[in-house]
Every structure is written in structure tokens, then in C-alpha cells.
Ligand binder design. Structure first.
Ligand code: GDP
Ligand code: MG
Length: 717
């Protein structure tokens, strides 16, 4: 049953973990310790609440042997602790997943190592200098150990080194030298010490290097910073319980370790204090721990460690009688003294922190796993042969082309619904409108300028006089017409160039962006695509410039239109020839002004002096005016048509050709270059793969422990 179910369970993790978090939250306020049971049968999270006596831990210890539930409780916690330990071995912290951890901190020589020694019943290195130079993970396993002799081994840098009680100091020293070098440097790479011994509590703790302010001989100058960094790294996560070791001989508020733990746990809710060397400074100890000047939320435990060459048993006996018989120390409540009380307290705190953190860990492992898997999936595949490379090239080209066709030609914005800069037809229309307006405003401001300086029709009369020929007087000289037209064109000739430049600058942004984004996964191709896009736009821009040049030139050199508007406008304007003549020959009384639509009210009397040219000049002005409308229309329409055709050409023909030229043109075939995976992508793939393996193993670990617990709970029911 378990085998089949472990698969289902992995898939169900997400749901059950979420449910579980809710249940945990609800239970958090309850004084009893609770356990989540993931039931295989119903695939839903159920809870099981196990009553443990609160308060007096010695009663708890007594209850441990009496309550049948306790062994089950212990069993489960042990399984969960094993799972957490295995996750620690897997180094899930690398994935940003914090594990519930008891971390021992303390100033140098405060007695940290001695406390751990007392808890484990072993001897650790001691000495003057710095002994603990790397984090030491102590994994104590007593509840299930049946051997008569303790089993001890170290694990570090992938090695497992068996050791013995007498040899532990040496073995740790060798391991430390291996990791941090033979000098007195420190490292955050841990050593794990596994202690399997009857009677020791099931506890996992981390001993950190002691805090030294002043480097001793041979220590690096920045030893304080290095050690602080390691300690902060371990005690900052809210999943960490801080076991603060304080010597009874010092003033607690002056302790460096208190300063550090307060920096990350101000209220002290996850800090427990162990006061060592009670035997050395019994005076005022009770007052010190009662006053609680330093905010220790989880309470104080006073201890007396092994001194000199005492055995573990002798030390415990000496401790027990010290707190029983000493006139001052015996006043301290029994729930606050002795290594056994400390062990009980830690086991309980450990159970509750694991329980609290586990649902979140399960959720995070699951989340990280699927995150990494999807990241891996979008990573470009490693290409192994030319055919595959060709397929990639064709695919990238095809999709880039399709995107450009959508954006430039069809005006489909589904790929960039909110990015207005990519809505090309709309932006092009905006530019075209701006261009049209500019043409008109420039043309009319040139008109205004000349009418301010010269009287009505005088410009035309001057031009006519200059182009006088020996010819019949009623023939309009073409050259005069051409001169006037040229002058008008000069006023607006720059406008189409400016517009063209703007359009292609805009297009450059779009085309580069599209090509670059489609070739993103293949850096070798991307470089070529970027270059091709620039070349392409440069080419298109140049071509448009010569088109504009030709267009303007044609307008200057020739005049023709089949547009019926021309004749209509001219005829309409010519209706004012007669009233003009009437004013000039005085047949309209005192009237000296003539109003012509598009010109306004004009003073005309000055024309009496040029009567021989007036008729021709008027005719010519009206022809130019009528024709100019057509010219302006052509300047807009022709250019718009040209640009539309260029874009179509760009998308359908030129882009691909240009990329092929850039990509395949070099000495080394572009396709072959595609086969070389970029180191960035290769590294990323490797990193993702190893993360995924790690997280999969973690998922297995968690699934297994949940399965076993579920089975056991079925069994008990
Ligand atoms: P660490 O630097 O914090 O690891 O401190 P150690 O555990 O190495 O202890 C420093 C010194 O204090 C050693 O000489 C220990 O024997 C001594 N020591 C530790 N705990 C006690 C204690 O409870 N009573 C007495 N008298 N000495 C202790
Ligand atoms: Mg130490």
C-alpha cells in the first residue's frame, strides 16, 4: 500500500500542505504539542493532538515512560527530525529553504562546547585559542539506539569518518583543518558529528565559532567580522532557535552573543539562555535570571558542566548535588537547573519548531521544484546536429516574421496588448498626420510671409516681367509658372525627409526588439539578428531618402495632374478676374478691395500701374494655387504608399535575406556556431538540473516520512 501511495502523495503535496498550514495555524495557540498526520487513506490532512504535561519538565520526563502516546509522539518527532536532518544534508538552504535549527551561540570560553559535551556525554576539544572554527552540527540520537557502546562518526565534505569518544577532539581538529586550513581561519562550511548513544536526547544543534573581539596570534585581522557573518547567517532566519550560552561569571548585558541575538530576535521569543559555570559564581545568580535584563523569551537554565578530567556521570552527579545542596543555588526553581532539564526543554522546543515549520518547508520544496522545472523547460534545448540547428533557425525566423507581420502589416496587437509603442499602424498613422499638418502649416506660413512683404499679385508680376519673351502676349510663359512652383516647394522640401527619418527610427526600435526577443535563447543567432536589423533599417532608410529626393525633384521639374479638382478650383478662382478688372477700371465706384476665398480681403488699387500684366498674373496665381493643392496631396499619398510598400517588403523579403546574410555569411557557418551552447545557458542548465535533483530527493524524503506517519497512525487507531 505504501508504495503505491507515495506516488499519489507526491502529487497531493500541494493540497495537503496548504490545508496543513491552516490547521497548524489553528493549533498554534493550543498548549499541547500537535502533529499533522497525512492520511494515505483519505488523502486529507488530519490532526492528532497529543497531550504532554506542560510546565514542569521533570514531570514530563516521568510522563514519558508512563504515557503510551509518548513513545508514539517521540517516534514521530524522531522521524520528522530525521527528515529535517536529511534535508540539511541535502543542503536545501542553497535553495533558500530554511530548516528549523537550534543554534548555539556564546562568547568565547562561555562554555558552549562544554554544554554540548554535557548534552552528548562526550569530550570535545578545549583549549586556549579558538577551537570551533567551523560550524559543528551535532546530531544526537539516543532514543532508538540499542548498542551497548556509543557509535560516533563525523561527516564533512562528502566523507564519513568513524571516530571514538576519546578521539573526537582530534577528529574534529583534522576535519576543521581540512575545511578551514591549518591556520586559525574560520569557514562556514560545517562538520557534522553524529552521536548515537543510549540515553542522549534526540537533538540536532549547531555549534558556531565563539565570538572574539581581538584576534589572537595567527588569526586573520577581520576574524570578528568573519565570525559575526557566520553567526548572523545562522541566527537570522525565523526558523532558528537561539541557544545563548552565558557564563554566570559575566554581566549578561555586556555579552556579545546577547547583542547579536537581540539584533535578530528583539523580543527574545526564540532565544533560550543556558547559564554555565553556576559553580563558579553562585552569588546573585538567582537575581540575575529572575530580573531577566536581556529579554530571554524561552527562559533560563543554569548548569554546571564537566570540570577537568571528571567523567560524564561524575559531572552529572556533582551538578545534581550542587543545585540540591548549595545554599544559594538550591533556591533556584528545579525547572531551571541542570543538564537533564535543558535536554527536555530543547527536545520540546525542537518538536514544536519542526511542527511549525514543516508545512511551509513542504510547500516551499514543492514550489521551488515546479519553478525550476518550468525554468528548465523554457531553456533552449542543446542542439546536436546541423539539421536541428537549421530547424531552430527556421523556427526563429518564422516566428519573428509572423510577429512583425502582425505588428507592422496586420495591426494585430495580441503579443503586446499594453505596450503602445509596439502598435505600429496606429503609431505610423500618428506620424503621417503630423507630417501632413506640418506640410500645410509650413506652406501657409511661407504664403503669409510673402503677402506681408509684397502687395497682391506683385510677386507674379515681377516673375512675369523677368520671363518676358518675344512672343504673343496672351501666352502664359511656362518658366514663370515653374519659378513660382519651385519657390513654393522650397518652403516644404525638408518636411518629407524629416518624416521619413522619424518613421524609420521608430521602425528600427520595433524590428530590433522583435528579432532580438525571438532569438533570445540563442546568443550566437541573436548577435546576427541584431546586426541584421540595423543593416536592414539603414538600407530601408537610405532607399526612402532617395525616393523622397526623386519625388521632390519630379515636382520641381514637371507639372502635370489628371486630378479634376485642379480645373474645378482654377475655374472657381477665375470668376474673380472680372470683379478685379472692374475695380481697376473704376467701374465699381469707390471700391478698392476684393475678397477672394482662400486669400481674404485684398487691397488691389496698386495694380492699376501694371495693367498690362494683371490679367496674366491673376491667371497664373490661380493656376499655382489650384495646382499646389494637388502637389501637397501627392507629397503625402506617394510617401505613405512608398512606406507601406517598404514595410511589406521588409517583412516578407528583406529581413530574412539580411539575417541569412549576417548569420551564414561569415567564415564559420552560422549553423555550426548554433551547435556550441553558450556557457551561460550551459551553466544555468546544470544549476537547474542539480537543484531539481536536490528538490526531488527532498520531496522523496518528505513523502516517505509523511507516508510512514500516516501508516503508523492507521495502525494506532
Ligand atoms: P567555549 O569556548 O564557549 O566552547 O567554552 P568551553 O566549553 O571550551 O569552556 C571554556 C572553559 O570554561 C573550559 O575550561 C571549561 O572547562 C570551562 N567551563 C565550562 N563550563 C563550566 C562550568 O559549568 N563550570 C566550570 N567550573 N567551568 C566550566
Ligand atoms: Mg568551543
Amino acid at each position: 500500500m505504501a508504495m503505491g501511495l507515495s506516488n499519489i502523495k507526491k502529487d497531493m503535496f500541494h493540497v495537503t500542505a496548504t490545508e496543513a498550514i491552516g490547521i497548524w495555524k489553528a493549533l498554534n495557540t493550543s498548549p499541547a504539542t500537535a502533529l499533522i498526520i497525512f492520511s494515505s487513506k483519505s488523502l486529507t490532512a488530519r490532526t492528532m493532538t497529543l497531550s504532554l504535561p506542560n510546565g514542569d519538565p521533570s514531570k514530563a520526563a516521568a510522563a514519558a515512560t508512563e504515557t503510551p502516546f509518548f513513545s508514539l509522539y517521540n517516534e514521530r518527532i524522531r522521524e520528522l527530525l530525521d527528515a529535517v536532518d536529511r534535508l540539511r544534508d541535502l543542503k536545501v538552504a542553497k535553495e533558500g529553504i530554511q530548516l528549523p535549527t537550534i543554534v548555539v551561540v556564546g562568547d568565547q570560553s562561555s562554555g558552549k562546547s562544554s554544554v554540548l559535551e554535557s548534552l552528548a556525554g562526550i569530550s570535545l576539544p578545549r583549549g586556549q585559542g579558538i577551537c570551533t572554527r567551523v560550524p559543528l552540527i551535532m546530531r544526537l540520537q539516543g532514543s532508538h539506539y540499542r548498542g551497548s557502546e556509543p557509535e560516533l562518526y563525523l561527516e564533512y565534505q562528502g566523507k564519513t569518518v568513524p571516530t571514538s569518544e576519546e578521539d573526537i577532539p582530534n577528529a574534529i581538529k583534522t576535519g576543521t583543518d581540512d575545511i578551514a586550513g591549518k591556520q586559525k581561519g574560520v569557514s562556514d562550511n560545517p562538520i557534522t558529528l553524529v552521536v548515537k548513544k543510549r540515553g542522549v536526547p534526540d537533538l540536532t544543534m549547531v555549534d558556531l565559532p565563539g565570538i572574539t573581539r581581538v584576534p589572537v596570534h595567527g588569526q586573520p585581522e577581520d576574524i570578528y567580522e568573519q565570525i559575526s557573518k557566520i553567526i548572523m547567517e545562522y541566527i537570522t532566519p525565523k526558523e532558528t532557535i537561539i541557544l545563548n550560552v552565558l557564563s554566570a561569571t559575566v554581566d549578561f548585558p555586556t555579552c556579545e552573543s546577547i547583542r547579536m541575538s537581540q539584533a535578530v530576535d528583539k523580543s527574545g521569543e526564540r532565544t533560550l539562555a543556558v547559564v554555565t559555570k553556576a559553580d563558579k559564581a553562585p552569588e546573585g545568580l538567582l537575581e540575575k535570571i529572575t530580573a531577566d535584563d536581556v529579554n530571554i523569551g524561552l527562559g533560563y537554565v543554569c548548569v554546571r558542566n564537566r570540570i577537568g578530567e571528571e567523567s560524564y556521570e561524575e559531572a552529572r552527579a556533582a551538578e545534581a548535588s550542587l543545585f540540591e545542596e548549595h545554599p544559594l543555588l538550591s533556591m533556584i526553581d528545579k525547572s531551571m537547573v541542570g543538564i537533564p532539564v535543558l535536554a527536555q526543554k530543547l527536545v520540546k522546543i525542537q518538536a514544536s519548531i519542526i511542527g511549525k515549520c514543516l508545512p511551509e518547508i513542504i510547500r516551499k520544496v514543492d514550489e521551488k521544484h515546479s519553478q525550476n522545472v518550468s525554468e528548465l523547460n523554457i531553456l533552449p534545448r542543446k542542439l546536436t546536429n546541423i539539421a536541428e540547428a537549421m530547424a531552430v533557425f527556421v523556427k526563429v525566423m518564422g516566428s519573428a516574421k509572423e510577429s512583425l507581420a502582425k505588428l507592422l502589416l496586420r495591426g494585430e496587437y495580441d503579443e503586446f496588448p499594453d505596450d503602445k509603442t509596439m502598435h505600429c499602424p496606429a503609431r505610423t498613422v500618428e506620424l503621417l498626420d503630423e507630417y501632413t499638418q506640418q506640410l500645410h502649416s509650413r506652406s501657409s506660413s511661407a504664403e503669409e510671409e510673402s503677402s506681408k512683404n509684397t502687395l497682391f499679385l506683385m510677386e507674379e508680376i515681377v516673375v512675369l516681367k523677368e520671363s518676358s519673351q518675344v512672343a504673343l502676349p496672351n501666352f502664359l510663359p511656362r518658366s514663370a509658372f515653374a519659378t513660382l512652383l519651385k519657390q513654393k516647394l522650397k518652403g516644404v522640401a525638408q518636411t518629407p525627409f524629416e518624416f521619413t527619418r522619424k518613421v524609420w527610427n521608430y521602425m528600427e526600435g520595433v524590428v530590433v526588439r522583435i528579432l532580438v526577443s525571438h532569438s533570445e535563447s540563442y546568443p550566437q543567432l541573436q548577435t546576427s539578428c541584431r546586426r541584421a536589423a540595423y543593416n536592414l533599417i539603414t538600407k530601408m532608410r537610405e532607399r526612402s531618402y532617395s525616393y523622397v529626393e526623386e519625388m521632390v525633384q519630379m515636382e520641381t521639374m514637371a507639372d502635370y495632374t489628371s486630378n479634376p479638382e485642379y480645373m474645378k478650383t482654377w475655374l472657381d478662382l477665375m470668376k474673380y478676374q472680372e470683379p478685379l478688372q472692374q475695380i481697376l477700371n473704376g467701374s465699381r465706384n469707390q471700391n478698392t478691395q476684393l475678397e477672394i476665398p482662400g486669400f481674404g480681403m485684398m487691397e488691389v488699387l496698386h495694380l492699376q500701374e501694371h495693367s498690362e500684366k494683371v490679367e496674366q498674373a491673376f491667371d497664373m496665381k490661380m493656376r499655382v494655387t489650384a495646382y499646389w493643392k494637388t502637389v501637397m496631396l501627392r507629397l503625402v499619398d506617394n510617401l505613405a504608399l512608398h512606406l507601406l510598400a517598404s514595410m511589406k517588403n521588409l517583412v516578407n523579403e528583406e529581413m530574412e535575406a539580411e539575417v541569412v546574410k549576417e548569420f551564414m555569411g561569415g567564415n564559420r557557418g552560422g549553423l555550426e556556431r548554433l551547435l556550441e551552447e553558450s556557457t551561460a545557458v550551459a551553466n544555468k542548465r546544470e544549476k537547474l538540473n542539480s537543484s531539481i535533483n536536490l528538490l526531488e530527493e527532498s520531496k522523496d524524503v518528505l513523502a516517505q516520512v509523511m507516508d510512514r506517519i500516516a501508516l503508523e497512525s492507521d495502525h494506532v487507531e
